[in-house]
Design a protein around this ligand. Structure first.
Ligand code: F6P
Length: 357
C-alpha cells in the first residue's frame, strides 16, 4: 500500500512526532508499506509533488519542532473556485490518483479538516490528525501542540510577573488564539493570572479598570492580565467579523491589547505594558505530554489506515484514542463555554474575565 502524509496550516510543536509515529507504525505493521511526504501542505498536493520517506527519515525527529514536510495555508474558500487547470480540489483529487495513493494522512487544524472532508467526499481515502495550539477542533478533548504552547506561555507569564512585581506594573500578556480562548484560559489559570480575557467572554473597559483600581486599593502593586489575540470589547461583539476588523483598523491594531493598555494607564494611572508572545508558542520542541499524545494519535491513525477505515479523524476523548467522521468534524469548532466548569472554577478563585459577572 502507498501512503501520503502532509502537514497543513500553521505549524506547532509535535508535527514531526506524529509523522514519525505514523511512519514507524506503518513500516512495522503493513508489509511493503511505501510512504511519501507531500511538501507544503495542500500546496504540494495541488502541484502534484511528493518525495519518499524512509525509516531513517523518522529517526531523531520526535523532539524536533516545526515540520520536516513544511506547511502552507491554503484557504478553504478557494478550494472549489475554478482556476486555470481546474479547481484546487480537482487538481488534488487528480494528483492523489496519479501518485497512486491508497491513503492520505492530513495533519492540521480546522481548515485542514474541512478540506480533508472535501477530498474524502471526492473519493480519496483520508485520515486526519488534529493539530493546533488553539485546541478548537470539535470532537477531541485536546489537539496536539496545545499543551506545549500552554507550557511556553506559562513560563513566559511567570517571567513577566517578576518584572510586574518589581516595577509595580499592570502587565498584559497577549496569547495566541483568534477565535478560541483555550490557550489563554489554561495559561491564565496555570500561571496565576489575575484576569483572563478571551473571545468567548467579551469584556468591558469599565470592568477591567475597576478591577485594576480595586486591586491597587487592596495594596496589590501589580496586576497580571492574560489577553487572547481574539479578545473582544463588549461593544465589538455585536458586530460581524469584517466590521470588527474596521473598528480595529481605526484603533490602529489588529488585536485589542495595546488599546486596552493605553486605556488602563489613562484611567487608573498605573504603568501598563504589553508583551506579545506570538510565534514563541508554536515553535520549538514538544513537551513530554505532546510527544506521548502525538505518538498515540499517529499510531492510531496508522492502524485505522491498515484496517481500511477512511474518512475519519483521530481524537483523544477521556483517556482513550478514538476517531470521528471527518464530515462530523468539518466546519465545527470547540469554543470555551462561558458557563463551563473551568470558567466557573476560575471565577471562584478570583480570576476576573473583565465582565460584570
Ligand atoms: O491557528 C494557530 C494560530 O497560531 C492562531 O492562534 C493564530 O491566530 C494564527 O495561527 C496565526 O497565523 P499565521 O501563522 O498565519 O500568522
Amino acid at each position: 500500500m502507498k501512503f501520503g502524509i502532509l502537514t497543513s496550516g500553521g505549524d506547532c510543536a509535535g508535527l514531526n512526532a506524529v509523522i514519525r509515529s505514523v511512519g514507524l507504525c506503518l513500516k512495522n505493521n503493513v508489509k511493503g508499506a511505501e510512504i511519501v511526504g507531500i511538501p507544503d501542505g495542500y500546496g504540494g498536493l495541488i502541484r502534484g509533488e511528493s518525495f519518499p520517506l524512509r525509516q531513517e527519515d523518522f529517526e531523531d525527529i520526535l523532539a524536533l519542532g516545526g515540520t520536516i514536510l513544511r506547511t502552507s495555508r491554503q484557504p478553504f474558500k478557494k478550494m472549489t473556485v475554478s482556476e486555470e487547470g481546474g479547481s484546487r480540489l480537482s487538481k488534488m483529487v487528480a494528483n492523489y490518483k496519479k501518485m497512486g495513493l491508497d491513503c492520505l494522512f492530513t495533519l492540521g487544524g480546522a481548515g485542514t479538516h474541512k478540506t480533508a472532508a472535501l477530498l474524502s467526499m471526492e473519493g480519496c481515502n483520508v485520515i486526519g490528525v488534529p493539530k493546533t495550539i488553539d485546541n478548537d477542533i470539535y470532537g477531541t478533548d485536546v489537539t496536539f501542540g496545545f499543551q506545549t504552547a500552554v507550557e511556553v506561555a506559562t513560563e513566559a507569564f511567570d517571567r513577566i510577573r517578576t518584572t510586574a512585581r518589581s516595577h509595580g506594573r499592570v502587565m498584559l500578556v497577549e496569547i495566541m488564539g483568534n477565535k478560541a480562548g483555550w490557550l489563554t484560559l489554561h495559561t491564565g489559570i496555570a500561571a496565576g493570572a489575575d484576569m483572563v480575557l478571551i473571545p468567548e467572554i467579551p469584556f468591558s473597559l469599565d470592568a477591567v479598570c475597576d478591577f485594576v483600581n480595586a486591586r491597587a486599593e487592596q495594596g496589590e502593586n501589580c496586576t497580571m492580565i492574560a489577553v487572547a489575540e481574539g479578545a473582544l470589547l463588549d461593544y465589538e461583539a455585536k458586530y460581524k467579523k469584517d466590521q470588527r476588523a474596521f473598528i480595529r483598523t481605526e484603533l490602529g491594531e489588529t488585536t485589542v491589547t495595546r488599546h486596552l493598555a493605553e486605556v488602563i494607564a489613562e484611567r487608573t494611572g498605573a504603568e501598563a505594558r504589553v508583551s506579545v508572545l506570538g510565534y514563541l508558542q508554536r515553535g520549538g520542541t514538544p513537551c513530554a505530554y505532546d510527544r506521548l499524545l502525538c505518538s498515540r494519535l499517529g499510531g492510531y491513525a496508522a492502524r485505522l489506515a491498515a484496517e481500511g477505515r477512511f474518512g475519519v479523524t483521530v481524537a483523544a476523548v477521556g483517556n482513550q484514542i478514538t476517531f470521528n467522521a471527518l464530515t462530523d468534524v468539518a466546519g465545527r469548532y470547540k469554543f470555551v463555554s462561558p458557563n463551563a466548569e473551568i470558567v466557573r472554577f476560575a471565577r471562584s478563585i478570583g480570576i476576573s474575565f473583565g465582565d460584570r459577572a
